[in-house]
Design a protein around this ligand. Structure first.
Ligand SMILES: [Zn+2]
Ligand SMILES: [Zn+2]
Length: 236
């Protein structure tokens, strides 16, 4: 089943025009080589939270040094900049979810060398918001990764029980308060879990989910996201 999906997906991909330029044929993940090369691939970043650091030294960012995050490691493909931000926004708010497949595929290749988790789960949406949007973009990415890597997937273990305000309107302190007790782990988590989301901004959501999962007995929590914002975008 998994193998069949993989083969179909690869076949579907071959020789289709690039989704960004629409001109050159795609080489991988619906993108041509020139567009792939131009994407804002994450460069040097904090080894813990993947905050872009723009320095060559292997570092832990000041934030993680000050307060060790509850998750073990964040893995991401991109900085949240053009054109990744536009693709994510189109997928998230315009229903153009087909843009998520190539982004998930590229993230899947990146996490292939990372420790393999026992389970992949998406950052959940509150049922009310899920009803409004009809789909959870994080779940679409998580499912793709689970199939690509052959890891079990669950959207039931972690649930959002409080319909919180949009995090984008809040600063870091308000974000923490806003999210407090808004997630629940239902059941016994395995020893290691990868939590998948589209974008990580301050990391407040990732930290809160990791805290809940670890409280319930999970030992290793990895955060896998398509893109990570650089600091200047989330200092308010
Ligand atoms: Zn292209
Ligand atoms: Zn950090």
């Amino acid at each position: 089943m998994i193998k069949q999906f993989k083969n179909n997906w690869l076949l579907f991909n071959l020789n289709r025009p690039c989704i960004l330029c629409g001109i050159r044929p795609s080489t991988e993940a619906h993108l041509c080589q020139d567009c792939l090369d131009d994407l804002p691939w994450i460069g040097s970043a904090c080894q813990r939270c993947a905050e872009p650091m723009h320095t060559d030294a292997a570092l832990i960012c000041p934030q993680c040094q000050k307060r060790s995050p509850s998750f073990n490691q964040v893995i991401t493909s991109f900085e949240y900049r053009f054109p990744i931000n536009q693709l994510v926004q189109l997928a998230k708010f315009n229903g153009q979810t087909h843009y998520l497949n190539p982004l998930a595929e590229l993230l899947g290749r990146r996490v292939q060398t990372a420790p393999k988790p026992d389970l992949i789960v998406p950052v959940p949406l509150h049922p009310k918001r899920l009803h409004e949007r009809q789909y959870n973009q994080a779940a679409l990415v998580a499912k793709h990764l689970a199939r690509q890597l052959g890891v079990p997937y669950s959207n039931r273990l972690l649930v959002k029980t409080k319909n919180t305000r949009h995090q984008a309107d809040l600063n870091r302190k308000m974000r923490r308060k806003n999210l407090k007790s808004s997630f629940q782990c239902r059941g016994t988590p395995p020893a290691s879990i990868a939590v998948v989301d589209d974008v990580m901004t301050t990391g407040t959501t990732a930290a809160e989910i990791s805290r809940i999962l670890k409280q319930s007995g999970c030992q290793q929590v990895y955060i896998w996201v398509i893109a990570r914002t650089a600091k200047e975008l989330h200092l308010r």
